[in-house]
Design a protein around this ligand. Structure first.
Ligand code: P6P
Length: 319
């Protein structure tokens, strides 16, 4: 039986040094704690909304705040962590002055689903960073990307640049490897998009969705990126959250650093593709910690069709 800890130990000397193994072990423990808190949240008064709004202008839920604190504590317990960047916080948080890794995370993605008992997740990536300026590097600079999906199972899906491994939390709180080399099938007949936002889609996305429906594709939309991503890892598909054609300056809904980049790295490592339009997600050089981008990813042959249309279009690249 391979566990998350034995997997990390076996990869020391590759991209993993002792320091990074410690960071990842502490983050994995944080996801176990978050998973536990989610399971009994309705019993512990951790449902509903707080009076607070985060830097995104979103109303914070108690578990958003708690998950964020749990992850910050994991960073503080890891001497090699220089900075933490969180969806919930305006700026980077200095952790250890002599640290060398920045941990960038969305502590609880999809938290609008919490009170309806639908899968949510933690998304994170780790990069080398000794100064705040080092944080704004393209997604190609990620050393590690992962998400924990808190659903009927708690799954930890991670890449250290050597394919994608999936671990499942057992009754003893141990992450046991359940997929040593997860792949996204290249073809699929299922797409995920919030169809209520149809009027905001660009022509490429509108044409793709219309053709998909006309050719018998199925549609799923959970409203939780981690849940939709995990389905695509399991049976392929395409996830689309395009920019709003009526608000081009907004850039999109999903955030580059702690949603698009880690998911994009995982998807590419599993043989899928992840684009914003003409460009791939991982090639974007961030302009800010909370920059939003269009996100289209999944089965590579489907993404190739969409990418070809963007590259054939004479339209400007989405902002
Ligand atoms: P909409 C959750 O808030 C999130 O950031 C992603 O997890 C999810 O895919 C998307 O937003 C849902 O957006 O517009 O359908 O509510």
């Amino acid at each position: 039986m391979t566990t998350f800890e034995t997997y990390l130990e076996g990869r020391k000397g590759t991209v993993l040094d002792d320091d990074l193994v410690t960071v990842l072990g502490n983050i994995a423990e944080a996801t176990r704690q978050i998973s536990d808190k989610l399971r009994t949240s309705a019993l512990d008064g951790l449902t509903g909304a707080t009076e607070n709004t985060n830097v995104q202008g979103e109303t914070q839920k108690p578990l958003d705040i708690l998950s964020n604190e749990i992850l910050l504590e994991a960073c503080r317990k890891s001497p090699a962590v220089s900075f933490a960047v969180s969806e919930e916080l305006d700026t980077e948080v200095a952790i250890h002055a002599d640290g060398k890794y920045a941990v960038i995370f969305d502590p609880l993605d999809g938290s609008s689903n919490l009170d309806v008992n639908v899968t949510v997740g933690t998304i994170f990536s780790v990069i080398e960073a000794k100064t705040p300026a080092d944080i704004l590097k393209s997604g190609r600079g990620q050393m590690v990307a992962a998400y924990a999906a808190y659903g009927p199972q708690t799954s930890l899906v991670i890449t250290i640049g050597a394919g994608v491994q999936i671990f499942t939390l057992n009754d003893d709180g141990v992450y046991v490897m359940t997929n040593a080399d997860a792949k996204i099938v290249p073809d699929a007949k299922e797409f995920a998009i919030n169809a209520a936002r149809r009027s905001s889609w660009d022509d490429v996305v509108s044409a793709y969705v219309e053709n998909a429906i006309d050719t018998g594709h199925n549609m799923r939309w959970v409203g939780s990126m981690v849940a939709d991503t995990h389905r695509i890892f399991n049976r392929g598909g395409v996830f689309l959250y395009p920019a709003d054609r009526n608000k081009p300056a907004a850039g999109g809904r999903l955030r580059l650093l702690y949603e698009a980049n880690p998911i994009g790295f995982l998807v590419e490592q599993a043989g899928g593709a992840a684009i914003i339009g003409k460009s791939t997600i991982l090639d974007i050089v961030p302009t800010g910690l909370h920059q939003r981008v269009p996100v289209i990813f999944g089965s590579k042959n489907e993404i190739a069709k969409i990418s070809a249309e963007y590259n054939a279009e004479k339209v400007a690249e989405p902002a």
